[in-house]
Write a protein that binds this ligand. Structure first.
Ligand code: ZN
Length: 152
């Protein structure tokens, strides 16, 4: 799916959600969604604010408010990597894997077709899987080397 298409669908979903819940369709909410769907990768409220400040400054409170809303309509997902909270556009039909260092909190996402294939063999009788995600916790190479040095 192209980025533009994805963005249009996201806006539609937000519009429907706001109408159903009888909430206001404020331009801020749509601008924030637009910025989120124009980027890729992880983000948080602060990085979002930095992006918005260039041409459409909004308060952090407004951003947090919008993020809560987008979580409710499943437009974004929230990750907790150690103590850090990061958000990401809801992956469409794909499966994502994450590595998180328990020591420094660094994280990265990756894809693994072999793993994806073997997990997709798992089926449930009363549950239809659309996608999945998996978190691997451990110690990154950098921290591992640091620990080795300290133990010498
Ligand atoms: Zn680390």
């Amino acid at each position: 799916m192209s980025g533009e298409n994805e963005k249009i669908l996201a806006k539609q979903r937000l519009t429907e959600f706001l109408e159903t819940k009888k909430m206001r369709k404020t331009p801020e909410r749509f601008k924030i969604l637009d910025v989120i769907y124009s980027q890729s990768g992880f983000f948080d409220a602060e990085s979002l604010k930095k992006n918005l400040d260039l041409d459409y400054p909004v308060s952090l409170a407004t951003i947090y408010n919008a993020l809560e809303l987008f979580l409710q309509c499943n437009l974004i997902i929230r990750h907790t990597f150690g103590l850090r909270v990061k958000y990401e556009k809801t992956p469409v039909g794909s499966s994502h894997y994450y590595q998180i260092c328990m020591q420094c909190g660094n994280y990265k996402s990756f894809t693994d077709l072999k793993l994806k294939k073997s997990i997709s063999l798992r089926t449930f009788s009363a549950f239809n899987i659309t996608n999945h995600s998996l978190y691997f916790y451990g110690i990154c190479k950098k921290c591992g080397q640091k620990n080795k040095k300290q133990n010498r």
